[in-house]
Design a protein around this ligand. Structure first.
Ligand SMILES: [Fe+2]
Ligand SMILES: [Fe+2]
Length: 176
């Protein structure tokens, strides 16, 4: 049985994952409106991944017979000055989430809640990948900020962030 402290913090994390989802949708729509379809596609896809993270946490709580609370979220940033700033914001967000995920794993360990500690392991690995992917993208957009078509060409060519099927991923609630 998960510890009560872990359940409370995991419910908070569901809110952070949905906030990340909303922020990535906002960034995707911004790029879409700027007619940068590859950048838009990248962030629409990242948004779906964040939603999946939230719903994996919901499924974990459902499986453990704990209360999962669907959160409201604060409004995301929707206005950006240039092509770089949304990616810089996204990288800062991923780094913050990594700290939150690590803190959740540490809390589970402190509470001798081994199943929750194990549940968090996939998210730790996932955050390492997401920070690396977003760091790569930030380098690309910084290098080509004066020619957004170079960024679009790079993304069309490199399939950055394309998730391959991961059989170790937890099951998201409602996903068939
Ligand atoms: Fe996430
Ligand atoms: Fe993420």
């Amino acid at each position: 049985m998960p510890s009560a402290a872990f359940v409370a913090r995991l419910n908070e994390q569901i809110g952070h994952e949905y906030a990340a989802h909303q922020q990535y949708v906002a960034i995707a729509v911004h790029y879409d409106a700027e007619t940068l379809p590859q950048l838009a596609r990248f962030f629409y896809r990242q948004a779906l991944e964040e939603r999946d993270h939230a719903m994996m946490m919901v499924q974990y709580l459902l499986d453990a017979d704990e209360r999962a609370v669907v959160p409201g979220v604060a409004a995301p940033q929707v206005d950006f000055d240039d092509v770089v700033s949304p990616v810089a914001l996204a990288l800062a967000q991923e780094k913050r989430v990594s700290e939150q995920i690590n803190a959740l794993a540490a809390l589970a360990r402190e509470e001798n809640d081994y199943s929750s500690e194990q549940f968090m392991q996939w998210f730790i690995k996932e955050q390492i990948e997401e920070v690396a992917t977003m760091s790569d993208l930030l380098r690309v957009v910084e290098r080509s900020q004066d020619n957004a078509m170079d960024i679009e060409d790079y993304l069309a060519r490199e399939q950055l962030g394309d998730a391959s099927e991961d059989p170790t991923a937890p099951h998201p609630a409602g996903a068939g």
